[in-house]
Design a protein. Structure first.
Length: 121
């Protein structure tokens, strides 16, 4: 699954670079959307992110491409690999700026873990 985001002035920190919290929010949101579309009816909550390391600074006007792929499926949990690429619209160059694994657990109304339903074969 792929999503795109335009970096705007309201996404920047006081040094005029993308605020890392915005990147983490988008990564979590897009991974959650992928999980929710893949397993309809599951109530997923984020339980963790793997290594958080911002590889390159991102400036205003960059177009970010979020590549989201499932990397592991457990009984009640699922993990997605998210890679974020920044595209410089003037040069056409694209480079990876962030990557992580996001883990979710499927929960019941009371917050207890429940198995992820599998499609009927």
């Amino acid at each position: 699954m792929e999503n795109y985001k335009l970096v705007l002035p309201e996404h920047l920190n006081h040094y005029s670079y993308l605020f890392g919290g915005n990147m983490l929010k988008w990564v979590d949101e897009y991974a959650w959307i992928a999980a929710s579309l893949e397993f309809p009816g599951c109530r997923f909550v984020t339980i963790g992110m793997d290594r958080v390391e911002f590889r390159k600074a991102v400036r205003n006007g960059a177009i970010l491409r979020f590549s989201v792929e499932r990397s592991r499926l457990g009984n009640s949990s699922v993990q997605y690999r998210v890679e974020v690429y920044a595209d410089d619209i003037e040069s056409g160059q694209e480079e990876i700026v962030f990557a992580t694994e996001v883990s979710f657990v499927c929960v019941a109304d009371d917050g207890s873990k429940v198995p992820i339903p599998r499609p009927l074969q």
